[in-house]
Design a protein around this ligand. Structure first.
Ligand code: 6PG
Length: 260
């Protein structure tokens, strides 16, 4: 099932495995087109458990269809821990697929969660993001495809409800001293304008515990209210939401959680 409105496109699948497979198939098509047209594919991935099946598919059935040698891979956010920590988003991505695909090390752009102070880590990553060549320079979005998830509180990447990072207009990367969700370690995150600077933004969301967050994200913002973090990611075209059937209960009429 595909639903559309101005700001989003929603695709519903029987389960997370089917949603992940469709997303992987779409991702390799986008990657091939980007490399054909612009010579490289700039992909942003996020943390969390939901995309682990997708990542396994990218290292499995889809491995040989990905233009790894021309893919620049970035992270939407990171926990401020060492890369080998079980809490590290890079560590999880490395274990689940990056160690098994032929992506050149020079194109693997990880956030340095171990760097201190964390403000410096944010500045270093902003420089890395800014230094990857873009064919059209200023007019060109930073990324081709940003993959995101959503937390039960509506956070996306490490943009948590009520935090100053939501109002960031200029920086591409900020440090987040206090996490709004477990694990409660400081974070680094791409900002709403950076995440929105992408040809495509795709969310992968599964499970009944995400229904309230999705309803709040899809609801119109009340006058004087604040949009939930995921609703602040506004690419030039519609964002696409890959949902399993459980999460898609958010599309049925129901009480939306009040925006803060
Ligand atoms: C992180 C994330 C975060 C994640 C959501 C969903 O570092 O935790 O990047 O934004 O995408 O919390 O996480 P789950 O997929 O585990 O529900």
């Amino acid at each position: 099932m595909v639903l559309r409105d101005v700001g989003r496109r929603v695709r519903v699948f029987p389960d997370l495995a089917a949603a992940s497979d469709a997303l992987a198939a779409g991702l390799v098509r986008r990657a091939a087109a980007a490399v054909r047209l612009r010579g490289r594919f700039r992909l942003v991935i996020s943390g969390g458990k939901t995309p682990l099946g997708l990542y396994a598919a990218l290292a499995g059935a889809y491995r040989d269809r990905m233009p790894w040698a021309a893919t620049d891979l970035f992270f939407a956010d990171e926990r401020c821990v060492a890369p080998r920590s079980v809490l590290s988003n890079y560590g999880a991505a490395w274990r689940s697929f990056l160690s098994r695909v032929p992506i050149p090390r020079s194109r693997l752009h990880r956030m340095q969660g171990e760097l201190r102070p964390i403000g410096k880590a944010a500045r270093v990553y902003a420089e890395i993001v800014g230094s990857v060549p873009r064919p059209g320079r200023g007019a060109e979005p930073l990324f081709d495809l940003v993959l995101l998830g959503i937390g039960p509180d509506g956070h996306t990447a490490s943009l948590f409800p009520g935090q100053p990072s939501l109002r960031e207009q200029r920086a591409t990367v900020v440090a987040v001293p206090r996490s709004g969700q477990a694990p409660f370690v400081p974070r680094l995150t791409l900002t709403p304008p950076a995440l929105s600077s992408s040809r495509d933004v795709w969310f992968l969301v599964a499970g009944a515990d995400k229904v309230d967050a999705l309803r709040a994200t899809f609801a119109p913002v009340r006058r004087g209210g604040t949009a939930p973090p995921a609703a602040l990611v506004r690419p030039p075209g519609p964002a696409t939401w890959f949902l399993d059937r459980e999460a898609a209960r958010a599309l049925r009429p129901g009480r939306a959680a009040a925006p803060s």
